[in-house]
Design a protein around this ligand. Sequence first.
Ligand code: SAM
Length: 572
Amino acid sequence: MTRTDPLDAFKAWLSENGASFPSLSFKASRSGCESRGRGLFTTNRITLEEGKSIATVPAKLVINTSLVVRIAKYGRTTPAKKLAQCVDGLRKGGLSAEGAAWERVCLLVFLLWGWVYSEPLREETGRERDSGEIVEEDPALSIDFWLPYVRILPDIDGLDTPVFWSGSPALSLLKGMELDDAVRAKKLKLTREYSELLPHLSILDNAKGRITLERFMWADGVFWSRVLSFGSALEGTDTTTSDDYHLVPLVDFCNHSFDQHIGWHISESASCRVELRAVDMAVGDVAADTELFISYGQKPNSELLFIHGFVVPENPFETLIVPAPFIEGSNVPFEPDGDEESEERELSEEAEIEREERKMQKIGAQIAIKDKLQFLSLLGLRRVIDISRPPMSGNVDEDEQGEIEVDMNDPTKGLLTDDGLLAMYVSVLTAEDGFGRTDAGGPRDNPEYNLGGHKIFPLTKETFSTLVQALPHYEVIRLRVFAVLLDMINFRLYELSGEYTQGRATRTAPLKEGDVITTEDMRMNKVEVFREGQYDLLVAAFGLLQTLQERWAEFDVVQEYLTAIQAGSDDE
Ligand SMILES: C[S@@+](CC[C@H](N)C(=O)[O-])C[C@H]1O[C@@H](n2cnc3c(N)ncnc32)[C@H](O)[C@@H]1O
């Protein structure tokens, strides 16, 4: 018996069910020696026209929570009943049956359900008992309807995001970077979630143990790398959507490029739900056998690697994400290691006082950081700062002497976002600036904060920003922001330098076409590209910040402040 090629079966399924994609097909996509899996290609020369769709997908082929719930409610076959049992168990097990978390779980269930039935060997005998006897009126309620799609999804080895890199030397090269923490946190979260959901998920395969943690991670990886958020696409329009997350077969075979040809759009027409249209800059003729890319958004490499397992060399949207560098963190005194008890006995009275002071300072710093974290969250600010790649030299505003101009409205020259700058203010302000939580608000869940002798009210970003700018030594605060950022960048540069990583992993030579390439080579190469991008960004940010620091230090108010501090320390 010859088995139809899964790709041909998929294309036939799309066409039979009303998808339209004339002059397009799917095939293996490569960039040098790196595989991009499959992608969408032109089969002949086509002309991309403004606003004109080149492919459409009908609503009946779109997978979302409503579909999963519908199969569970109305499906009559054994696989559908198992899906129903699983979904029911998840609901009764305490999962709230609404919101993004629920939508994600429903789609993971769908993917795992499809996977269990996508190979004859994994099928259950119950399914065969149904065959021929139960015919669903709505074919979409049957597992068989969805198999042509599920069968061509990438398997575990086709995902290769860092959560699948356990034990890989490439993972050790991410140590000390934000991404490493994110990978660890994600693995932990998935492991916990898996053990909570397993009693229900295992219904899908009759508790045969095939839904392993790795398989669950596969479903999560497929979900995040392919899901489209209709909610974000409809933001700012009058249209709403009951389901946010959707898997859209055909559209989800488009690979990413920042120089995209096409974009996806939600359509209101009865025959089509989602369509692909040319983007303005790509209008014109396209040769046969050209891959058509969409853009996954202006994402930095950390995000592309984390979600998709690939990086873009010289990514123009490279960003460094660092935890908010609270100034109190750097003021915590160093506590030498040692046997505390024996030390205690030997300590002189003077040393004992010093030790007590250090302890109090440490507690004070911890409380201040806790208050700051609460303040950030009350203002809707994140605990991390995104540092963007500075514009290329020549693109920064310069005066006639070629010096970077100080801009009150954009003091970091685009290095930080508005929110990032506010989070930096929170990081560097201290009680000496009149910043902190007051007890006036009573219990901790209703705190009040002051700045420069004023209550920050209402507690919004706008009030906070206005009060920071009203501080008499505002320019000094800005300068402090630059100094703290410079310090942190300096440390990051040191971490990324060869010296720090020596012995951990060696640098790989760039991959060339024709090389025999292992998965490990590919991973190392991606991490190298990622690290190089981070390094270049740090060097450029360091240069720009140094210049900004010099320019801001020229302000009279800064000079006076520094002189006063110097005089104060001389008096001491
Ligand atoms: C929406 S899917 C696109 C279809 C996918 N290539 C496939 O074969 O199923 C997204 C995944 O495709 C791959 N991909 C997309 N764009 C890529 C690129 N520019 N370079 C490398 N891999 C890419 C990544 O594995 C990503 O997670």
